[in-house]
Every structure is written in C-alpha cells, then in structure tokens.
Design a protein around this ligand. Structure first.
Ligand SMILES: Nc1ncnc2c1ncn2[C@@H]1O[C@H](COP(=O)(O)OP(=O)(O)OP(=O)(O)O)[C@@H](O)[C@H]1O
Length: 264
C-alpha cells in the first residue's frame, strides 16, 4: 500500500486536462503531478492561454479530467459528495456569476451555505465567521453597500472575504488580483500568505504577478506547453526555469534581482 501524506490537501496523479467535444479530445496539459500541503501558498504561473484556468477548474471538480486523478485530502474528488466538497474547497473565480443586488454582508454570508440549516439561517458561529472575514479583508466599512455600487477591486475583495467565511482547508483563486492596483495586489497576496500562516489553510491561485509570487509563495507551479513543474521559488530560480517562460524579445529575467525587466 502507498503511504499517505497526512498533511496533503491537494494532489494530482498523472493528471491530464483539456476539453472533449464528441469524439475529439483537445489536451491542454498532461502528466501533471503536484502536491499541496496544509499551510502552503502556491501560485500557478504561465503565459496567456497555457491552461491555468482549465487546471484550476479541474482541481476543483468543476471540470472532468481527461485522465488521471485529483485527490483532496487523499480522497478522489469525484467520490466526495457536493456539500462535503463545499466544506473542503472554496473558490474565487472573478468571472463567476453573483447577484450584484446583494449587499456586501449578504454576499460574504453566502460563504456559510455549506454549514447553515436548510432554510439558510445563520447561527452565532456563522455570524462570527462572516464578521471575521469582513475584518480580515478590511471591507467591514462597506458591508451595507450593494455589490453593484462597488469598484472591481472592492468586488474582488468581497469574493475573497466570502471564501474566507466559507472557512475551508483549501482555497482556490483564479487571478485574485486582476483589478487591483499595485499596492492592493501586494496587499491581497500578503493577506493570503498571512492566512496560510495563521490558519494552516492551503491556498492555490493563478496569477500573472510573477515578481510578487517569487517573493511571497512557498511553491510555484510553472505551466509551460508540455512542461509543468512545481518547486519553491528558490529551486525554480536555481534551475533557470523563469528565463524560459516568455519569448526573450521584450522582457528578460534578471537573475540578480530575481525579477522580470523590460529589455531596453
Ligand atoms: N470551454 C472551453 N472549450 C474549449 N477550449 C477551451 C475552453 N476554455 C478554454 N479553452 C482553451 O483552453 C486553453 C487554455 O485556456 P485557459 O483559459 O485555461 O488558459 P489560461 O492560462 O487561464 O489563460 P489566461 O492567462 O489568458 O487567463 C486555450 O487554448 C483556450 O482556448
């Protein structure tokens, strides 16, 4: 029998991802073998169209793998019943449909759905978790506002607060900093890092913020066509992996500062 890692939150085994249309398969990536443990902050990095969103959707069970396995806490995701899965994984997908007629408080409160009774009544602990989530993301002052009144950046924070209120051991976010200015990008990623440290949650997010990911993440999953590698930023820096992500005509990876620079 294979030994199980009791700290494992998310694992893939020979995972192949992509799209099926009738008899044809469009494989986006294959042989993905990654493992994320509790308390780790992990970024998924890669150029536009390489398959980051497809990968995250497959990790969360929204999309079926073409082959291979996704394991959440050492159990195959397909074998976990929907409500139990909602208590294990929270999702922040910026493009997901939400009712903007709800107030900020009401939207964050939806994060408690896996735990509330059948009429959705919030108990004391639910209220405590919602208030904590609003405070952690620093949006308690706008909790009465309707979501349609918010800027894109504020809305992004509300969705993150909803995930925090859901209080799952795994949080998965697709481009959580897209609409944010530089200060708030760093603020949100630092917040996610703090959460991993304080709560031992595992957080996996797709991002184009490579420079910030190198500084803040425990591990990076680097997606390139036909090559997906996972390592600590230090390991990937040492192997020269970052130098190969983009064509070298416009930007170059500067090894001294461990960041990308525009070629002049
Ligand atoms: N619903 C779909 N059906 C078929 N192909 C799709 C679908 N969604 C995405 N694709 C294709 O899968 C590939 C990967 O897309 P994906 O959105 O996962 O990339 P990404 O790395 O997240 O890109 P970006 O950084 O631009 O958001 C692309 O070639 C895209 O055209």
């Amino acid at each position: 029998m294979k030994e199980e890692n009791s700290h494992s939150i998310l694992k893939t085994e020979a995972l192949s991802i992509g799209y099926k249309k009738k008899a044809t398969e469009n494989q986006i990536a294959s042989n993905i073998n990654i493992e994320v443990n509790e308390g780790e902050l992990v970024a998924v990095i890669g150029v536009n169209g390489v398959g980051k969103s497809t990968f995250l959707r497959t990790l969360t069970g929204i999309q079926e793998p073409l082959s291979g396995k996704v394991l959440v806490k050492n159990t195959e995701i397909g074998k976990i019943e929907a409500l139990a899965l909602a208590a294990l994984i929270s999702l922040v997908f910026t493009e997901q449909p939400v009712s903007k007629n709800l107030s900020v408080f009401e939207l964050v409160a939806l994060g408690r759905q896996p735990y509330t009774n059948w009429i959705g009544r919030l108990g004391k602990n639910d209220l405590r978790q919602i208030i904590k989530a609003l405070q952690v993301v620093n949006i308690d002052s706008i909790q009465e506002k309707k979501c349609y009144e918010l800027s894109d950046g504020q809305m992004q924070k509300v969705l993150i607060a909803r995930a925090i209120a859901q209080d799952t051991p795994l949080v998965i976010l697709d481009e959580p900093t897209t609409h944010l200015d530089l200060y708030h990008k760093a603020y949100v990623l630092k917040l996610l890092k703090d959460l991993t440290r304080k709560t031992r949650k595992a957080i996996v997010f797709a991002s184009h913020e490579i420079n910030l990911a190198i500084q803040l993440c425990d591990k990076i999953i680097l997606m390139q066509q036909d090559n997906i590698q996972m390592g600590t930023p230090g390991e990937l820096l040492k192997s020269g992996a970052f130098s190969e992500i983009f064509p070298s005509d416009v930007i170059l990876f500067d090894k001294e500062t461990s960041s990308f620079k525009v070629k002049t």
